[in-house]
Design a binder for this molecule. Structure first.
Ligand SMILES: [Zn+2]
Ligand SMILES: [Zn+2]
Length: 266
């Protein structure tokens, strides 16, 4: 269906290429911009040394695993997208098919189902053998940068992405909503690893929460929200000053921008 929109053949090989090229372009544009804005001699992470050998190695590793994950995930997802493209799922293009009320309601249904599935998939990935063989690479980065956003083993990326694809078989979803949700999930993957928090509402699984997930591992498994973490007792509050958490690991955008404004004003 995406290939049809691009004028390309609906063939598994072409679908694999579209997902790979689209995924790599989108991810490296977003992660590159974020890294440049927040990490390269930036006021947001002033102590981060981009030229430090350890940091350079980590960024290289994250980029390597992101490329592996996009390629591997595209190979695993291509057959599913082929089924969707050949009319086996419930994606649709004409709004009139299900009407405007459903079009406006469906993003909430997508969010509710994907949030629930991803919380439990992610918790499952922290179970001993699955953690050691599937999810370990993502947690090799204890203090993340934006490039860690997609640094996964392919099976890990596939497991965490599968709820989005299965949804297109369960519910009628407009192609526009489907594409926006794939774009947004990539943007979110970058944003929760930049360690610059613009949001402070505890209901949203913002970067402060996910940074604690990398540091402590067994907390904050959610995707966009913290509702399941709160219900299941796996919530950890990023506003608390933990003794064993390095200072300045997460910065508040408001504080940095406030200091900049004061500097300009004085
Ligand atoms: Zn994890
Ligand atoms: Zn992460």
């Amino acid at each position: 269906m995406i290939n049809q929109l691009l004028g390309l053949p609906e063939h598994p090989g072409y679908i694999f290429l579209t997902i790979t090229v689209g995924g790599l372009l989108l991810f490296f544009t977003l992660a590159g911009l974020s890294y440049r804005l927040f990490f390269l001699r930036s006021r947001f992470h002033p102590d981060y040394a981009p030229d430090d050998a350890g940091n350079r190695r980590e960024v290289r590793e994250a980029i390597k695993w992101s490329i592996i994950s996009v390629l591997g995930n595209a190979a695993l997802v291509a057959p599913i997208h082929y089924l969707l493209a050949t009319g086996h799922g419930r994606l649709y293009t004409d709004v009139a098919e299900h009407g405007w009320p459903w079009l406006l309601l469906s993003p909430f249904a997508v969010l509710a189902v994907s949030e629930t599935s991803i919380y439990w998939v992610h918790r499952g990935l922290h179970w001993g053998p699955l953690y050691r063989h599937v999810h370990d690479k993502h947690h090799a980065f204890k203090v993340p940068t934006p490039f860690v956003g997609l640094a996964f083993r392919p099976l890990d990326a596939f497991a965490q992405g599968i709820p989005h694809h299965i949804l297109a078989f369960l519910l009628p979803i407009h192609i526009g909503i489907y594409l926006v949700s794939l774009f947004f999930v990539t943007l979110w993957a970058v944003m929760i690893h930049d360690r610059v928090s613009f949001v402070r509402w505890k209901g949203i699984n913002f970067t402060g929460h996910h940074t604690l997930h990398h540091w402590y591992e067994n907390y904050n498994f959610g995707q966009y929200f913290t509702v399941w973490d709160r219900l299941m007792g796996t919530y950890r509050d990023p506003e608390v000053a933990y003794d064993d958490l390095p200072e300045g690991i997460v910065v508040r955008a408001q504080d940095v921008l406030g200091r900049v404004a004061e500097g300009v004003g004085s």
